[in-house]
Design a protein around this ligand. Structure first.
Ligand code: SF4
Length: 299
């Protein structure tokens, strides 16, 4: 199920994400963001690592984004989205204050947080679940990227598949909606490995899934690997096929929330040609039509 269609069905009109940087860091990067982190993780695009120091900034971001969405799109339905770094990596009391203060700044219909498996204690899941209402969903976007241990090690994810599975179960036990993030084209992975990851994630029946094609910003360890000739230049050529194959293998009702990676042009280095989202969407639709297939046929 396509994400915009899902939202239109749910709200009767287009719903918009108010995406913000809550000032978090990530255990894989450390409090000061000076640890290596995932090998494709860029150091750009975020501000303070300290949640407590950014409340004013968060307010400004929310107010500015709401204003832009209202004036540009006449938007009326909003979802608050903590996007940058690991948006649950803070003590629960601080998280609660940040989420409470932020949600109070608009009439939001959903809270969405993006995070990693090792930032989801039971107390954190309980806090997130406390925001759920019949008319208010809470989504957690959970990074996995690959289900293969050797890949997780190679890209320095800093967690393994068991940790992902534990976090997934905890979220589910708390009734939270889960969107899993995957990357196609990681070093050392072929089509078969990528589809194994897809099948594994599909077996968990997540409510949502985000597919990304590998981008390598210039300030990353992976870019240095590339320069040293230790990995091949990722190609976007096979991405539509990967997407079509993956969509056939996931549950029919899982919401497909993303098909490509969005890296700001100034940070984006490899692959050189950016995939245009609309072109990918259209090519995927054509490919599914050509195959006479649809989401979930091989689930
Ligand atoms: S989990 Fe995200 S923020 Fe943390 S190191 Fe990996 S890519 Fe960077």
């Amino acid at each position: 199920m396509n994400y915009s269609r899902y939202l239109r069905q749910k709200y009767g009109e287009t719903a918009y994400r108010v995406s913000i940087d809550g000032g978090f860091s990530c255990p894989n990067r450390g409090v000061d963001r000076n640890l290596p982190g995932c090998s494709y993780c860029s150091s750009f695009g975020s501000r303070s690592a300290y949640i407590g120091e950014t409340e004013q900034d968060v307010r400004e971001q929310i107010e500015r984004n709401l204003k832009v969405l209202k004036s540009r799109y006449d938007a009326r339905i909003f979802m608050l989205y903590f996007q940058a770094y690991s948006s649950t990596w803070a003590p629960v009391r601080q998280l609660k204050k940040l989420y409470d203060d932020s949600l109070a700044l608009g009439r939001f219909r959903e809270l969405i947080v993006s995070t990693r498996p090792d930032c989801l204690s039971d107390a954190t899941c309980r806090l997130l679940a406390s925001y759920r209402r019949d008319d208010f969903d809470v989504w957690v976007e959970l990074g996995l990227q690959s289900a293969h241990e050797q890949t997780l090690k190679r890209i320095n994810r800093g967690h393994d598949r068991d940790q992902f599975e534990e976090a997934f179960s905890r979220l589910r036990n708390h009734g939270l909606k889960i969107a899993v993030h995957l990357i196609f084209g990681l070093p050392g992975e072929d089509h078969g490995m990528m589809m194994e990851t897809v099948r594994y994630v599909a077996s968990l029946k997540p409510e949502g899934i985000k597919f990304h094609n590998l981008h390598i910003p210039s300030d990353t360890a992976m870019f240095r690997e590339l320069e040293a000739g230790e990995m091949a230049i990722p190609s976007s050529a096979g991405h539509v096929r990967y997407l079509a194959d993956a969509i056939e293998r996931i549950p029919p009702d899982t919401v497909v929330m993303r098909l490509t990676t969005d890296t700001p042009r100034q940070r984006h280095i490899v692959p050189g040609a950016m995939l245009d989202k609309t072109i990918i969407y259209n090519r995927l639709r054509e490919e599914l039509l050509r195959r006479g297939t649809k989401q979930g046929v091989f689930f």
